[in-house]
Write a protein that binds this ligand. Structure first.
Ligand code: HSE
Length: 403
């Protein structure tokens, strides 16, 4: 029997407790031994709940118990999660975490410590909830030069954008629903301003490139500027609006960005709706590979954490190399990244010549929004677009178009 401890009994931690108990037999069959939750650490009490029997409030009980080989960290946030995880690894206990903030900020340091101790630091649930994306990238796509990772990496914003597009919901109502469903972060800005997706693309990019991509350096725009008028243009074009997190090697540059974008029906991410995440990885040999599944939620994410626990149990004193070095990956200024844009300006079709003069030959789009007209630019750089847009009067909005 393998004894584990769970640090943090919130949405994900309670999910891990459920998965281990509900799927006890299947886990025993697949692992070859039983998993047992010996401790659950939380500040709170849960009177009358089954977890009460194993609930503790002092992390040292876990750290000092030689029977606990594997620790789950589902507390979220940087501290005390970082201190607790580092202490567990220092004592020779492997760790499985769902904490993207922790991994984006301290992933390399914790991986290095695990390697020194010949144990494992697994973070498969930190990106994409229940979607197996980290392990396939590390172990299945490892013969490829990964040239692009583009994903819908935040379930909450995808849920909001889907409800706004399909049901005409207000932003606020859709966010409340996502919070009720347990998808959203404690601070909604982390979702809606794109910070959560930013950390996740930093993690995936670090794995793809084998070097540290600092999330602080990724230009990030959330969905708070998306309006119902933007959806009218999307509907007119037959396209969708998604919050995309991308990193891409192009013409000797490495770019990364998080921003809303118009996505066309032929793109594999077009049909990724509700809380689902989708991640498209492009390798120089394998070409496009697509991952899809529930990007948030208690049991989906807990399933991925528990799978990491099982892998840690299979490789108890054998470090599995992650190929993510501390060497910093320089990111190019996105000003030179070339894209197509939809710009919305006050006025009518009579502005077409002026728009063509500013951006080059594009396509006028009339979505029936009073007092304005849209224009799809040709592919131009971010800087060319920004300079041209700044020279125009009456700009009401702009949104990128995903290639
Ligand atoms: N708030 C996150 C999301 C949770 O909505 O995707 C999963 O990381």
């Amino acid at each position: 029997m393998r004894q584990i401890a769970i640090m943090g009994y919130g949405t994900i931690g309670s999910g891990v407790f459920d998965v281990v108990n509900t799927n006890r037999e299947i886990i025993r069959k697949n692992l070859g031994e039983e998993l047992r939750v010996k401790y659950v650490l939380d500040l709170r009490d849960f009177p009358g709940e089954p977890v009460e029997e194993v609930l503790i409030h002092d992390v040292n009980i876990i750290l000092e118990d030689p029977e606990v080989d594997i620790v789950v960290e589902t507390m979220g946030g940087l501290e005390p999660a970082f201190t607790f995880v580092r202490s567990a690894l220092e004592r020779g206990k492997s760790v499985a975490t769902s904490n993207k903030e922790l991994v984006a900020k301290h992933g390399v340091e914790l991986l290095t410590l695990a390697k020194e101790k010949n144990i494992n630091f697994f973070f498969g649930a930190s990106v994409g909830g229940g979607i197996p994306i980290i392990r396939p990238m590390l172990r299945s796509l490892c013969a490829d030069d990964i040239e692009e990772v583009t994903g819908i990496l935040n379930g909450t914003t995808n849920y909001i954008l889907t409800k706004m597009a399909q049901e005409g919901s207000s932003f606020e109502d859709a966010l409340l629903e996502a919070q009720d469903n347990g998808f959203a972060e404690r601070k909604p800005e982390a979702d809606v301003e794109g910070f959560d997706a930013c950390r996740k693309i930093a993690i995936l990019s670090s794995i793809a490139l084998g070097r540290q991509v600092d999330f602080e350096e990724i230009p990030t725009e959330g969905i708070t500027g998306i309006t119902k008028e933007d959806f009218l243009y999307a509907a007119k074009l037959g396209w969708a609006i998604k919050l995309l997190a991308s990193s891409r090697k192009e013409n000797g540059h490495v770019y990364a960005m998080v921003a809303p974008a118009l996505v066309q029906p032929a793109h594999p991410l077009f049909a990724v709706c509700d809380v689902f995440n989708g991640i498209m990885v492009h390798g120089n040999m394998v070409d496009d590979v697509m991952f899809y599944g529930r990007g948030a939620g208690s049991h989906a994410t807990a399933s991925a954490v528990t799978a990491d626990v099982m892998d840690a149990a299979r490789h108890l004193h054998q470090n599995i190399y992650a190929g993510w070095s501390g060497e910093k990956q320089e990111l190019s200024d996105v000003g030179s990244w070339e894209k197509q844009f939809l710009i919305r300006v006050e006025g009518d079709a009579s502005r077409e010549a002026e728009l063509a003069q500013a951006f080059g030959q594009g396509i006028l789009v009339d979505a029936g929004v009073a007092g304005e007209v849209g224009y799809l630019t040709p592919v131009i750089s971010e800087k060319e677009f920004a300079d041209a847009a700044a020279s125009l009067s009456g700009v009401r909005g702009r949104i990128r178009v995903q290639a």
